[in-house]
Design a protein around this ligand. Structure first.
Ligand code: TEU
Length: 561
């Protein structure tokens, strides 16, 4: 496999609204990001993925774009964006934007023109369909709950399609004019100096030839819209559109792209991330999807450390020799990784957070950190459903109530998985509003900020932040880069509960990564003679003959002879 410029990099996701506010309005902004570039550089982040900063009514927090070539004034100006590009370049860093093109905002001029004349040229940018006997054209349920169809105001029996919220009308990719607009816009940003894109919700652009009802799958009488993704025509179309984006925009710029790809057939992996695939990489959502329920995510099961390990190992084996998956424990759509994968009593334990970090950062593939992960931020508390901002959480809360759950129980369920857990402001210090803003933060800070914050960890040995830095330094160290970036992967002792252990081999070296994801000491039989302990999360591991002893929640990297 030909090597690519981005493979030895470390990525960091910024969710701008909650990263750092520079002007006291309580909303994070681009100047705030520029202000923290030295912090990110010191952490070892190379590629910064910015969730959307485009002009938007923020109905879905920027994933509803009203102008693809404009910056929302809440986040700054185009001059700020250009300064960010220059300042990152100066530090040898890269900026990756979010490409949200399954849909736009209903406030985008395309949709406004389409509403004014659904039969005109802009009507063909979207999906307008006649209803069926007074009901919407199909019985599909959208990602955030409710019908995917909303009536066109002032038009009897005419609807438009939105797989997400009703302020996010789907673009019709079968229309070559839509594809042309997107290709030109992508090239415009790449010419401006962005290094690539994280590609949002992209599998949804492939739609079937005909829109037909599916068998209802919940008490609401609707059927999951994702059923259309399996349609062979949807799939063929998806591949054709992605091929065009790659050939006409990504490839000529040697861009880095990472797809938000759910619902792939393992057989499609090479097509997506193999040599010459549609994307450079795609996220591994195996662990995030573990325990999912057909009733909705309010009903999902909580995974434990062993489930996390098994999902990651399966994915790593599947991708071996094919391409680079992007590894995450959390993002802006998920609860905090520590709260999700660690047992409840350990979620706030820095030792456990470090043990989880060692696995994620040293697996094969590309590590992605999400803002605040590096300081061990955890889920927040929601005093009531009114304290929740996220549109998706409100949809799930409604589904939980409709399924018969009492309001208190419904709140407890959605609180565990809510996207707002990841969206509370980054905790920079123990000062006012965790140092995020001089004003009132748009979403309350997590009450644990006095204890969990960057200032308290910066330069402090044994802190979660410093441990992430040492993991990143190890991955980038010239001596170990070959094995940790491009080396092979072999799970060991996978049957041992509470242990995540694997061997990376390459460039003449073999490294054992062993992480004790349990509160009990563990003995690990070494798969070879120990040569040197390269890294340990806390103190030093016990080494006697061919047995490595790990203290509770201790992780170690051992070079084998
Ligand atoms: O997410 C796509 C997606 O499938 C989500 O609905 C996901 O299943 C859900 O958020 C899990 O909680 C992307 C973005 O990451 C998300 O923030 C947007 O809301 C969505 O697309 C629409 O653009």
């Amino acid at each position: 496999m030909e090597r690519q410029w981005w493979q030895d990099k470390v990525c960091y996701q910024i969710w701008p609204k909650s990263f750092k506010d520079s002007n006291g309005d309580g909303v994070g902004d681009i100047p705030g990001i520029i202000d923290r570039l030295d912090y990110l550089k010191e952490l070892g982040a190379d590629i910064l993925w910015l969730s959307p900063v485009y002009k938007s009514p923020l109905a879905d927090e920027g994933y509803d774009i009203a102008d693809y070539r404009g910056i929302d004034p809440r986040f700054g100006t185009m001059e700020d964006m250009e300064r960010l590009l220059a300042e990152t370049k100066r530090r040898g860093m890269y900026v990756v934007m979010d490409l949200v093109v399954n849909h736009c905002s209903d406030e985008h001029p395309w949709f406004q023109k389409a509403l004014a004349d659904p039969e005109g040229p802009y009507g063909k940018y979207f999906y307008f369909r006649k209803g069926k006997n007074g009901a919407p054209p199909t019985n599909w349920r959208g990602y955030f709950g409710g019908s995917v169809w909303s009536p066109v105001p002032g038009r009897e029996d005419l609807y438009y399609l939105h797989l997400f919220c009703k302020k996010q009308p789907d673009l019709d990719w079968e229309n070559p004019a839509v594809r042309r607009e997107v290709v030109e816009m992508v090239n415009w940003w790449l010419d401006k100096g962005v290094a690539g894109f994280r590609v949002d919700a992209i599998v949804n652009i492939g739609k079937p030839e005909r829109f037909e009802d599916f068998a209802p799958d919940r008490p609401d009488g609707l059927a999951d819209c994702r059923k259309m993704l399996a349609d062979p025509v949807s799939r063929q179309r998806l591949h054709a559109y992605l091929g065009q984006l790659r050939d006409e925009a990504f490839a000529p710029h040697n861009a880095f792209t990472v797809g938000e790809v759910f619902d792939t057939d393992p057989a499609e992996l090479a097509l997506f991330i193999g040599q010459g695939g549609f994307f450079s990489s795609m996220f591994d959502f195996a662990a995030a999807c573990w325990g999912g329920s057909p009733k909705g995510w309010y009903d999902a099961k909580k995974p434990g450390p062993d489930n996390y390990r098994d999902c990651c190992f399966d994915s790593a084996l599947r991708a071996a020799g094919v391409g680079f998956l992007s590894n995450i424990i959390e993002n802006h759509d998920e609860p905090r990784g520590a709260s999700r994968y660690l047992p409840e009593e350990a979620a706030n334990d820095p030792r456990a957070q470090k043990a989880l970090a060692a696995v994620q950062m040293l697996l094969p593939g590309l590590p992605f950190l999400y803002q605040g992960q590096e300081i061990g931020m955890t889920n927040t508390v929601f005093p009531s459903i009114d304290a929740v901002d996220d549109v998706n959480t409100h949809g799930e809360y409604a589904a939980a109530l409709a399924a018969g759950l009492a309001p208190g129980e419904a709140l407890a369920r959605v609180a565990r998985w809510s996207r707002d857990n990841a969206r509370t402001p980054v905790q920079w210090s123990a000062e006012h509003a965790a140092g995020f803003t001089a004003g009132t933060p748009w979403l309350p800070v997590n009450p644990n900020y006095a204890r969990v914050n960057a200032a308290a960890q910066q330069g402090v040995e044994g802190s979660v932040l410093e441990f992430y830095k040492s993991l990143i330094r190890l991955r980038k160290n010239d001596k170990y880069k070959e094995v940790l970036v491009w080396g092979g992967f072999e799970p060991v002792h996978q049957e041992q509960a509470g242990l995540a252990a694997f061997v990376r081999a390459g460039g003449g070296r073999r490294l054992l990564i062993a992480s004790n994801l349990s509160g009990e000491a563990q003995q690990v039989e070494l798969p070879g003679a120990a040569k040197e302990v390269l890294l340990c999360s806390d103190g030093a591991p016990g080494l006697a003959g061919d047995i490595l002893t790990l203290a509770p929640w201790q992780a170690a990297v051992v070079e084998l002879a």
